[in-house]
Design a protein around this ligand. Structure first.
Ligand SMILES: *[C@@H]1O[C@H](CO)[C@@H](O)[C@H](O)[C@H]1NC(C)=O
Ligand SMILES: *[C@@H]1O[C@H](CO)[C@@H](O)[C@H](O)[C@H]1NC(C)=O
Length: 431
């Protein structure tokens, strides 16, 4: 905390005047100190009301000048000006965490490999965990299979050579899994339009007609007999696509030669949850913009670009018209396989939210959200063991499971760090 107090001693006056001046200075110093403490106390109470498994109330606070543009990257460096401007507010690195009940989590066997940007499909007790990055220079080309009834990793399935390794679109009909487009290779390499289906009963692959144009992490779902694919990022990995295509499929095969054009999605971009519930299709959260390959880099090295994370929720009805519903409690992205449907609610675990306004660092999400499909309302219902993005989430026999993703740096630092394969579960009790 910066105390802008200065003492000016004047010499050559009578001692009583000096005493009064000193007394006055000391009292104002004490007064300021008291105010500062009150301010600190009120801040602490705010933070304390947040459950404390990953919120450190002693987290370092960052000084923000009140009257500067939070999007200016020079923000906070201009210390001289900051001092002169007076009123200041304080922003903890953990300020985006929402109050949420703490849950008891039980650790289960970790996946055979750690994964970032992996994908998952649950079919009854079987949980198929696809592809992903082990790190930016290594991608997986297989599926690990977890059996919820045995709580064991029980199988490995090779993926076709031509299949993308991250930023896929995935959906299932309960036996066949459809895998659409995505990024092919490490770092920020280009996408492929190649699309496939897997018969989980025979572990046989088939090809599907390629998507009309490749997309990174498009919202994908099987809905009324058609595979719907929309949004995502376009070929340069950054530009949000709003195109929407569909393909009639049955038993792992396309019933048409080509994808059909459908009504575009109101807002484009990758890393959104896409959930079908009866006649309605929901597209939740996501972002516009993403990392891009550094121009000229022989390894397509990822470099950060401007991105906007949002919490928008769009619903498509059977008349193929979009409705905007209430947004998530905070902007959230990287949640394409972070959801399950339980008791007519969509439950979402973790993600990434808007970058920190001062440090500009990416911030992960550690809350569990519920979207009640009767009330069409969001609630924050619990906390994960840590903040994490690109979780793969399942639900079995009353237990909410999640595995994999990139977790935070610690309780007081929501920036991404370690890529994990850990699996956790908690007994879910919806309010
Ligand atoms: C679909 O359109 C029909 C005819 O215009 C209308 O009666 C119906 O309410 C619409 N359904 C939805 C879900 O909007
Ligand atoms: C779902 O609803 C059923 C019936 O009301 C209830 O028994 C069950 O506990 C609920 N599940 C969860 C996860 O809350």
């Amino acid at each position: 905390m910066v105390m802008p107090t200065r003492f000016h001693y004047h010499h050559g006056h009578s001692s009583s005047i000096s005493k009064i001046v000193i007394f006055f200075c000391l009292s104002s110093f004490l007064g300021l100190a008291l105010l500062a403490n009150l301010f600190r106390a009120s801040l602490s109470t705010n933070y304390l009301s947040i459950a404390s498994n990953w919120v450190d109330t002693n987290a370092p606070v960052i000084l923000i000048p009140n009257n500067k543009d939070p999007d200016n990257p020079d923000n906070g460096k201009d210390v001289k000006n900051t001092k002169r401007r007076g009123p200041q507010r304080f922003l903890s690195s953990t300020f985006a965490d929402l109050p949420a009940p703490e849950w008891h989590w039980e650790q289960m066997p970790s996946a055979p490999v750690p994964r970032l940007d992996g994908y998952s499909i649950q079919i009854k007790n079987m949980f198929y965990v696809f592809a992903g990055y082990a790190n930016l220079d290594h991608v997986h080309s297989h599926i690990d299979v977890f059996d919820f009834s045995l709580n064991k990793w029980v199988d490995v399935i090779r993926m076709p050579e031509e299949m993308a390794h991250s930023h896929l679109g995935v959906a299932t009909d309960g036996r066949y899994i459809y895998i659409v487009s995505g990024q092919y290779g490490t770092q920020c390499r280009g996408p492929t339009a190649a699309s496939f289906s897997l018969d989980t009963a025979t572990k046989k692959w088939k090809t599907l007609p390629p998507l009309p144009a490749p997309r990174y992490a498009p919202a994908t779902q099987l809905w009324n007999g058609r595979l719907h694919v929309m949004g995502g990022s376009k070929e340069n990995r950054h530009a949000p696509g709003i195109d929407h295509w569909s393909l009639a499929v049955k038993d792992g095969e396309a019933l048409e030669q080509q994808w059909q054009d459908e009504i575009p999605i109101p807002r484009g971009g990758p890393h959104r949850a896409c959930v079908a519930v009866g006649d309605r299709l929901f597209v939740i959260g996501g972002q516009e913009g993403d990392f891009m390959a550094k121009p000229g880099s022989p390894i397509f090295k990822c470099s950060r670009r401007h991105e906007v994370v949002y919490g928008d929720v769009y619903m498509l009805d059977k008349n193929m018209s979009w409705t905007i519903l209430s947004a998530m409690p905070k902007p959230n992205s990287h949640i394409e396989c972070a959801w399950v449907i339980v008791n007519n609610s969509i439950i979402i675990t973790g993600g990434t939210t808007e970058k920190h306004p001062v440090t500009k660092r990416m911030m992960l999400v550690g809350e569990v959200f519920q979207f009640d499909l009767d009330a069409m309302k969001w609630t924050v219902i619990g906390k994960l063991p840590y903040r994490i993005k690109t979780t793969l989430t399942g639900f079995w026999d009353g237990w909410l499971y999640f595995t994999s993703g990139q977790r935070d740096r610690g309780p007081d630092n929501p920036q991404p760090k370690q890529v994990v394969g850990e699996m956790w579960r908690t007994k879910l009790h919806l309010p």
